[in-house]
Ligand binder design. Structure first.
Ligand code: FAD
Length: 465
């Protein structure tokens, strides 16, 4: 059919950005449809955050059981049945994907399958196998996300794979080369290293996890040595040659050519926004940045005023919680509310071992802004709960303004760093001081006490002047 339907809000893409925006817009009283060409939940639920964290949890459990003797448990012959691991991972995904379906249904958002294409500033056409209906809208929210960057020298096929392939291998590879030492490569590389793969990491800059401070990333590097992971930084991957048994990667480091042969190569060198292709943005003359992101104002509005864009297709860190945040803002903005985005407090988390996280300013960043900085740093090895968990690696580093006492930022390396960072995000959002954190009663014995202890260290330094 060629039916046409009038609707308040059309959302394109049902990833974290899209499904959140759709539910929110519906709650604000609009009639809403969402269109998705693949699976509800987008990258995050199907081939991103969730499956990677499921595998990380399994690898962590395996490692803990293998070393349970330290805690007085004898667990002999701990084995990984990877086909069952994959079943577990898939069960986690389906629970969450069906949750998204319920969320949309509960908010009376209609879901349509197919690929959306703009035909005007007020109309999209949806292509699927049966039909190509058109939808007229007052407002549209584009949330088409991103995909892995494919290098010409490492096309995704056979033994060369993106993160998507690495999440659904049917067995633990004997060996794996990871090109790109960003968070996705490090998380997945470490998972397979824990499962017993011989892992080699090739990273272009002079450190893994570029963008994080060295005192955090060096703990991850140290841990990788435990699994005999070979890490080459300042290295350039040049090409690959596949046979039916393996793949050989050529790379250069320090002026020297090297080769490494492995079962698979995982290429994680960044992601590209889905603004090209058949979406039809050129027809609308929508403004894009030179890197292909959609240009938006601080409410998420594009250069076409009734169309908004959120998530990985707009600039900034490609993270699900950034997509959620922009989704809420855009849904409120198109409802006439004065909401705007403010990225001061976006937490960055890497789910490696140890986990690392950061929110607000680092010491280096605060100093670069000319601020008078005070730092309180406190080790996990002095925390009772961490010791009882046999997880004493890492520290909490709290950054404050020495003149005003305001909390400026926090960096954490250690177990549960991903969860611990939330408190300091709230502190910064609320304009809390180091003293506020110190005066908050934290339960004992908990990892939560680490932020309190770091605040006390910083306050102590402030008093000494
Ligand atoms: P997406 O999730 O990419 O969803 C876009 C959707 O739009 C897709 O379902 C797509 O099929 C659909 N679509 C595209 N074009 C069309 C069209 N024309 N018509 C209809 N539908 C269309 N982030 C975190 O915060 N924490 C993590 O731990 C984390 N781990 C990650 C691990 C991996 C391996 C990867 C790859 C990513 C990870 N991310 C993580 C990033 C996170 O997945 C993304 O930031 C997030 O999914 C972006 O959400 P989005 O809504 O912008 O787009």
């Amino acid at each position: 059919g060629d039916a046409s339907l009038d609707i308040d809000v059309v959302v394109i893409g049902a990833g974290p950005g899209g499904y959140t925006a759709a539910a929110k817009a519906a709650q604000l009283g609009h009639s809403v449809i969402i269109v998705e060409k693949e699976e509800l939940g987008g990258v995050c639920l199907n081939v991103g955050c969730i499956p990677s964290k499921a595998l990380i949890s399994v690898a962590h459990t395996y490692e803990t059981m293998s070393h349970a003797a330290d805690m007085g448990i004898s667990a002999n012959d701990v084995k990984v049945e990877f086909a069952k691991v994959q079943e577990y991972k898939n069960s986690v995904i389906s629970k969450l994907v069906s949750g998204v379906g319920s969320l949309l249904k509960g908010n009376k958002v209609q879901v349509f399958r197919g690929e959306a294409m703009f035909i005007s500033e007020n109309e999209v056409r949806l292509f699927n196998e049966q039909e190509s209906p058109r939808y007229r809208f007052k407002h549209c929210i584009i949330a088409t996300g991103s995909r892995p960057i494919e290098l010409k020298t490492f096309p995704f096929s056979g033994r060369i794979m993106s993160s998507t392939g690495a999440l659904s291998l049917s067995e633990v590879p004997k060996s794996l080369v990871v090109i790109g030492g960003g968070y996705i490569g490090m998380e997945l590389g470490q998972v397979y290293a824990k499962f017993g793969s011989k892992v080699t990491i090739i990273e272009g800059s002079d450190t893994i996890l570029p963008g994080f401070e060295k005192d955090l990333t060096q703990l991850v590097s140290k841990n990788l040595q435990k699994y005999e992971v070979d890490v080459f930084t300042g290295a350039k991957a040049e090409g690959a040659e596949q046979t039916d048994k393996d793949v050989t990667v050529t790379f250069s480091v320090g002026g020297e050519q090297k080769k490494v042969t492995a079962d698979y190569v995982l290429v994680t060198v960044g992601r590209r926004p889905n603004t090209d292709g058949d979406l039809g943005l050129d027809l609308l003359n929508m403004k894009l940045t030179d890197r292909g992101y959609i240009e938006v104002d601080n409410q998420g509005r594009t250069s076409v005023p009734n169309i908004y864009a959120i998530g990985d297709i707009v600039a900034g860190p490609a993270l699900a919680h950034k997509a959620y945040y922009e989704a809420r803002t855009a849904a409120e903005a198109l409802s006439g509310m004065p909401s705007i985005v403010d990225y001061k407090c976006i937490p960055l988390v890497v789910f490696t071992d140890p986990e690392i996280s950061s929110v607000g300013l680092s010491e280096t960043e605060a100093k670069a802004k000319g601020m008078n900085v005070v730092v309180g740093k406190y080790p996990f090895s002095a925390n009772g709960r961490a010791i009882s968990m046999n997880a004493t690696e890492g520290f909490v580093k709290l950054v404050g303004d020495k003149d005003t006492g305001l909390v400026l930022g926090c960096q954490i390396a250690g177990i549960e760093a991903s969860n611990l960072i939330a408190e300091i995000g709230l502190a910064i959002e609320m304009g809390a001081t180091l003293e506020d954190v110190y005066l908050t009663i934290h339960a004992h014995p908990t990892l939560g006490e680490l932020t309190y202890d770091a605040a006390e260290m910083a306050l102590h330094k402030m008093k000494k002047k």
